[in-house]
Design a protein around this ligand. Structure first.
Ligand code: PLP
Length: 421
């Protein structure tokens, strides 16, 4: 397959022009030289297109962008401009979402370990809905809301015990996981919650996992949630929102085929017939994942035991997914060259696990050349750390041939902020 055709499957905005990789019209060689590396680059057009694909497929739903996938203010602002809400998992994410312009009445809040301060912050801001993950959380919300003279709108996050057929570390809807309340126990939890004076039961929530490339688990989970909806309705408990979470997968490997939001809709929407509640979806990865690449620069090359190592300036402190999940990220040279090599692309961190890609066929690269790590827009920068005293990368938005830095590169003093002996 011609290389540009493959790149288009990752993002229609990614292509070689005259042998140099461009993203949303911006020359990535020039961009890396200008801003330095490692550098996270996000395509505004790609993000908008993904959101619009969801809105077209689910015209009546609230699309609550899952901020944890990529919480860059510039990225969340695009979601706000497109009329999205936000799915959040901490007080800090609510704070960010509000700062980026998401209205509070479109924010939902999940998480198993919400602190009192976080709950109070969310109550003060009158968010749309708390996706409660335990009965104790609902009781605490009732108490806090009472003290503040508020009513907490809640959904119970139910755990439908569906196998999402994804990596075990990102499967959240299995019985044994820490998430949600067993769907068979949820009915009684709802009945008790409905009696609490400072809680208003408004929704059912579930989120079964991430990077789902098979749609059948979505179908199964939707059926189970709709059954619960009907039982609650019969009991006089009116549910206004069915929040089916996020989880749609993206292309990582060249051979990956992933479903579109439209295909997801074809599976979910027929099951919602006769349901008088607004659908909420919480896509994260499928909005931002292939909207981002991580640019990194080759520092050195060496041959060891017959193997070529390409040592780059991005490590697992910048992009954790390969080390944490054994995840595959496709890697391409920013400049096309006819000669190819097979190499391990490794980071600078003092850990054997700091490998971005093993046995990769690449255009021959030399010292100071740039590589682009694809599918890095979700669960990339947000998982970055300072391990090995490495400042975090800069983040830049590209759009129609222009760019704007939305988060500058950190320096050593930033990492040492307020630290004392
Ligand atoms: C992480 C998460 C999402 C987003 O999942 P994606 O796979 O990125 O779409 C949605 N909802 C909840 C509750 C989450 O924890």
């Amino acid at each position: 397959m011609a290389v540009n055709e493959l790149l288009k499957e990752y993002s229609p905005y990614l292509e070689y022009r005259n042998g140099v990789l461009h993203f949303d019209g911006v020359n990535l060689k020039e961009l890396a030289a200008e801003l330095g590396t490692p550098l996270y680059v996000y395509s505004v057009n790609h993000i908008r297109d993904q959101i619009r694909a969801y809105k077209e497929a689910f015209p009546d739903a609230l699309i609550a962008y899952a901020v944890k996938a990529n919480f860059n203010l510039g990225v969340i602002k695009i979601a706000a401009e497109e009329g999205c809400g936000a799915d959040t998992v901490s007080g800090g994410e609510i704070y960010r979402a509000l700062k980026a312009g998401i209205p509070a009445d479109r924010i939902v809040y999940a998480g198993v370990g919400k602190t009192d301060d976080e709950l109070k912050f969310a109550l003060e801001n009158d968010i749309l809905m708390f996706n409660a993950e335990s009965e104790m959380e609902i009781e605490v919300l009732n108490e806090l809301a009472g003290k503040m003279g508020k009513k907490a709108r809640i959904a119970v996050r139910v755990n439908p015990d569906v196998d999402p057929k994804t990596h075990p570390k990102i499967a959240t809807g299995l019985k044994k996981s820490k998430f949600g309340i067993d769907i068979n126990e949820a009915f009684d939890v709802y009945r008790r919650a409905a009696d609490l004076p400072n809680v208003e039961v408004v929704g059912i929530h579930c989120h079964i996992g991430s990077q789902l490339t098979d749609l059948s688990p979505f179908a199964e989970a939707t059926e189970k949630v709709v059954n619960l909806y009907r039982r609650l309705k019969a009991e006089g408990i009116e549910i206004k929102y069915l929040d089916l979470g996020g989880g749609l997968g993206i292309k990582y490997r060249p051979e990956d085929r992933v479903p579109t939001p439209k295909e997801l809709a074809e599976v979910i929407l027929p099951k919602l017939e006769g349901v008088d509640a607004r659908l909420i979806l919480e896509p994260g990865r499928s909005i931002a994942g292939n909207a981002g690449v991580l640019l990194t620069q080759v520092q050195f090359l060496k041959k060891k035991d017959g193997k070529l190592f390409v040592m780059v300036d991005a490590g697992f402190n910048d992009l954790l997914r390969p080390a944490m999940y054994g995840a595959y990220h496709h890697i391409v040279a920013v400049e096309e060259r006819p000669e190819k090599v097979v190499a391990d692309v490794v980071g600078p961190i003092c850990e054997t696990g700091d490998v971005l890609g093993e046995n990769r066929e690449l255009c021959a690269v030399g010292r100071k050349d740039y590589l682009a790590v694809l599918s890095a827009g979700a669960y990339g920068f947000v998982m970055a750390s300072h391990y090995n005293m490495r400042p975090r990368a800069a983040e830049v938005l590209v759009e129609n041939g222009t760019y704007r830095v939305t988060r500058p590169r950190e320096d050593w003093d930033y990492v040492l902020w307020r630290e004392t002996t």
